[in-house]
Design a protein. Structure first.
Length: 148
């Protein structure tokens, strides 16, 4: 049986408790950076005792993900608004959004990340050495995941 591994048609929906409580769809993903990336997650640590027995313990870690979008797209503008709303600084209080992201893959599998925050992003547009405006990456950190 053939497994179709294409990500074409993936849709991400982001809900931010204060900034975008109704939610926004994200579909205009970058072509020069990973559009949707989940790095490996360390869930346990190990070591060896004095006489060679392995010791192991569980380690909680946040689930981090990044979303790369096309510069100047509606998605870039919306994520830029979310980034700026949650950025703190002198005389500026952040929105403290609690974020939920649901990803629907082309085969209709889905995963939902909840109890999250936006952790990083690009505060303005950058230009690459090839004279192209760089795609923007926005980073998030989540406490929970449901689905595949």
């Amino acid at each position: 049986m053939t497994k179709i591994l294409s990500g074409f048609g993936t849709v991400v929906t982001l809900i931010a408790s204060n900034t975008f409580p109704i939610g926004i769809p994200l579909t205009e993903f970058a072509d020069d950076i990973d559009p949707f990336d989940l790095p490996s997650l360390n869930i346990a640590e190990t070591s060896m005792g004095l006489n060679g027995e392995q010791l192991a313990w569980a380690k909680p870690n946040p689930i981090k993900l990044t979303i790369g979008v096309v510069p100047f797209s509606a998605e870039d503008i919306s994520l830029g608004i979310l980034f700026e709303a949650n950025r703190v600084g002198k005389g500026k209080q952040g929105a403290r959004d609690i974020i939920t992201i649901t990803v629907v893959y082309p085969n209709f599998d889905f995963v939902t990340f909840s109890s999250g925050i936006i952790t990083d992003g690009m505060p303005a547009n950058s230009v690459s050495s090839s004279s192209r405006i760089k795609s923007k990456n926005y980073g998030f950190s989540f406490q929970n995941k449901t689905g595949i």
